[in-house]
Design a protein around this ligand. Structure first.
Ligand code: CTP
Length: 406
């Protein structure tokens, strides 16, 4: 988790920057915000202060009450100038929205407000997210300024095309959505830590047909698996998700293989596992299936006893044939006391490097919820994480994989 400095300049898209702070803090980043004077005409500093949990700075001559520290950091003894203190501690500096005026200042080295001064003194990576009217965007001055910034190695995001702030206007100039902005920050922060690796994630829950309309299924939504996939992609890994009946949106840059039954999931994993460096087996796979699905629909009067047969244990089979260098992580949704011990048993029996255990009897976490609380179990120890948003849990799981892979 990182220190994110967010610069907000004047533009209607400043409201989206609030959501960036909300998402970034939910992911565990600590955030400080600098606003220009004009930015405050669109969104007040109180909103950014409340969401970031830290004072917002707007003026070069104002002292920073936190002396350049980020939330969670100790207060330094010395009291640096605000623009130097904040940028010294920041790991990434995102300017969103970056107005045409701010972009011009950045391109030409102006330092006439706190945001521009901080950008000039920043040693950390700078990401610029322009947002403006399409005619201002198309203006040669703006385009030249952006080219100049890119030539200098500054990452300038391409604005979206669509409905603009002025009624009836349409074109390029929209600020990318907050989740996309955060993905750009995460990718930059990851610095390619996982680049060159391939990650296979399974997500969701399998369905075993009883007849043409009914199935045996489970309550897994795929949220945890998709959060793991997004986190691995943000670290630079090439990610493929085998998704069993997941209706969540697909993220750009990730490959998805949709499956329904345990047998289909086994087949897809069989095909993908050989190329993977890391397997995160998050899907809830059925342990039993009806011996034979009835063709057509079973009518009410035909009530019958279901005959079930065991499915293959996909994870055990994959772990048994893994090659050196592959890291295999299982997930165990346990119900009630003794769950961690049962999960530790599965770690040994299935031959895993780690298993992530959560207690699905706890209300509000786990199945089909935004948050989770887990114990990450490795042969040498265990670590509790959460309750926290699933993305934060995903980051902790990936950190554990990092440790296992040395
Ligand atoms: N798993 C699998 N194939 C199955 C069942 C489970 O690959 N047929 C995987 C899950 O994806 C998970 C791990 O095994 O990563 C543990 O799943 P879990 O259901 O907790 O364990 P089971 O072995 O099915 O044991 P039980 O249901 O009896 O607790």
């Amino acid at each position: 988790m990182a220190r994110l400095l967010l610069g907000v300049s004047g533009g209607i898209a400043a409201y989206k920057a609030l959501e960036v702070v909300r998402l970034a803090t939910a992911e565990g980043h600590s955030v400080r915000v600098i606003q220009t004077r004009n930015a405050q005409r669109f969104v007040g500093a109180a909103s950014f202060a409340a969401l970031s949990g830290a004072p917002v700075l707007t003026d070069e001559f104002e002292r920073d009450p936190l002396r350049g520290a980020f939330p969670g950091d100790p207060l330094p003894d010395h009291d640096p100038a605000a623009h130097l203190g904040l940028t010294a501690a920041a790991e990434v500096f995102l300017i969103a929205p970056a107005s045409a005026n701010t972009i011009a200042k950045l391109a030409h080295g102006h330092a006439d407000n706190l945001l521009a001064t901080a950008a000039l003194g920043a040693a950390c990576p700078l990401i610029v997210a322009p947002a403006m009217n399409d005619r201002m965007w198309a203006n040669a001055a703006t385009q030249d300024n952006i080219a100049l910034l890119r030539e200098r190695g500054i990452e300038v995001l391409t604005p979206g095309t669509g409905r603009l702030a002025t009624v009836g206007e349409w074109g390029p100039g929209r600020l990318p959505e907050p989740a996309e902005l955060l993905a750009a920050v995460d990718a930059r922060l990851a610095g390619g830590r996982w680049s060159g690796t391939r990650t296979l994630v399974t997500a969701g829950g399998t369905r075993e047909p009883i007849d043409a309309v009914r199935y045996l299924g489970n309550r897994s939504s795929g949220r945890m698996g998709f959060a793991l996939a997004a986190a691995a992609a943000a670290r630079g890994s090439e990610v493929v998700v085998v998704a069993a009946n997941v209706s969540l949106p697909h993220a750009p840059g990730i490959r998805y293989v949709n499956v329904s039954t345990a047998a289909e999931l086994a087949g897809a994993c069989e095909a993908e596992f050989g190329a993977a460096d890391v397997l995160l087996m998050c899907a809830a796979v059925a342990d039993f299936r009806p011996v034979a699905a009835v063709a057509g629909k079973i009518a009410k009067g035909q009530a019958q006893t279901l005959k079930l047969e065991a499915t293959e244990d996909v994870l055990s089979a994959l772990a048994a044939r893994r090659r050196e260098g592959q890291t295999v992580v299982g997930f165990a949704a346990e119900h009630g006391p003794g769950g961690v011990e049962r999960a530790r048993g599965k770690l040994a029996v299935k031959g895993l490097d780690a298993i992530v255990c959560n207690d699905v009897s706890e209300p509000g976490i786990g199945f089909d919820a935004e948050r989770n609380a887990v114990t990450i179990i490795t042969p040498d120890g265990e670590r509790q994480v959460g309750p926290a948003p699933k993305r934060a849990i995903a980051e902790a799981v990936l950190d554990a994989v990092d440790e296992l892979r040395g």
